[in-house]
Design a protein around this ligand. Structure first.
Ligand code: PHE
Length: 357
């Protein structure tokens, strides 16, 4: 019996050595020390031992049992400690490491430009108004001194809405076809018709023309300025344009008015702005990468034609005014001093381009 207890002890201790986790340890513990385990089985046999030896064997059995119990609990503690240390390693976290930033978007450059441009004119008291994008021919052309079939209309390569003439019936609106407005000048007569004077308005809107090439997109944006009051002159127009150019493009920039022709203004001008790359120094024989002879072409302007004022329900003998209008995309690209190979890039949703602004 004595040997059997010794053997059991050795067997258990040997088995303990190779145990690596607590689940296996539990299984082993039940195998040796459980109620029906090896130890219990052996102890049952003590009754068969001769009387004189039984006391001795009993003492040995207890000794082996407590020895094994403490060996198991020592092992248990050892494994628990190791597990704890392993967890610290596994779950280690560098709290000083910089966090991962979530991606932040920004407004499209054209949207930003729209905000900046309306702010600048707001400082001069020009209020933002809206005019429809899908517009009656009357406001887009006729009220602007371009009667039906007038050849000047060809300059605005217009999209027509097929059933416009029918839709117009019974709406109490001015008759004619419907168009996608090809310029923001459609706001001029709509504003005058409101009958509130003086008028100082800015209309920024999407405009549409049947053109798509490196310098045109079928949809683009324009902004239109209109001022109508008594005694408004070209000097006021020049003042407003200069203020805009200095504020949006930079203090050193100048504007000039060049004679031009529009049906709805008289006199009419093209507005040029001094070039920001050569500071207006390039002459016709020296070259600048951006401009022609020191000036860049911004857009159109002029004194509102008496016929337009009359169409707006006002007396051109009493009221005068100026109007100007041009493209947001061009204005934006001019400020950035960029020569984009293809203006359509602005609307291709390519983040590599858009992120540069
Ligand atoms: N509407 C004109 C265009 O689209 C620009 C313009 C606006 C010219 C106002 C004169 C006055 O080209």
């Amino acid at each position: 019996m004595k040997e059997e207890f010794e053997q059991l002890k050795d067997l258990a201790q040997e088995a303990l050595k190779s145990v690596l986790d607590r689940d296996k340890l539990e299984v082993l513990k039940i195998e040796f020390l459980g109620r029906k385990g090896k130890m219990a089985e052996l102890m049952k046999q003590i009754v068969n031992v001769a009387d004189e030896e039984r006391k001795l064997i009993g003492a040995l059995a207890n000794e082996v049992k407590t020895g094994l119990e403490s060996a198991f609990s020592a092992k248990e503690q050892e494994l628990a400690g190791a597990e704890e240390a392993g967890r610290a390693e596994k779950e280690w976290l560098d709290i000083s490491e910089p966090g991962a930033w979530s991606k932040e978007g920004h407004l499209h450059p054209v949207t930003t430009a729209i905000g900046e441009i309306s702010d600048i004119f707001a400082r001069l008291g020009f209020a933002c108004v809206r005019a429809p994008e899908v517009e009656w021919d009357y406001y887009a052309f006729e009220s602007l001194n371009m009667p039906p079939d007038h050849p000047a209309r060809d300059d605005w390569e217009t999209f027509f809405i097929a059933d416009g003439a029918q839709t117009a019936q019974g709406k109490g609106e001015k008759q004619g076809k419907m168009v996608l407005t090809p310029h923001t000048s459609n706001s001029q007569n709509r504003e005058m018709a409101k009958g509130k004077l003086p008028i100082r308005m800015i209309n920024i809107n999407r405009t549409y023309r049947r053109q798509s090439d490196v310098s045109h997109t079928p949809m683009f944006h324009q902004f239109e300025g209109l001022m109508i009051d008594q005694g408004v002159t070209i000097a006021h127009l020049k003042g407003v344009l200069d203020y805009f150019a200095r504020t949006y493009f930079g203090a050193e920039r100048k504007t000039r008015l060049r004679p031009h022709h529009f049906r709805f203004t008289e006199p009419s001008f093209e507005i040029d702005i001094s070039c920001g790359v050569c500071q207006g120094h390039a002459s016709s024989d020296s070259t600048c990468r951006l401009c022609k002879a020191g000036w860049l072409e911004l857009g159109g302007a002029g004194m509102v034609h008496p016929n337009v004022i009359r169409a707006g329900g006002l007396d051109p003998e009493k009221y005068t005014g100026f109007a100007f209008g041009w493209g947001i995309e061009r204005t934006l690209m001019m400020r950035e001093g960029m020569q984009v190979d293809d203006i359509r890039t602005l609307y291709r949703n390519d983040l590599r381009f858009v992120k540069q602004f």
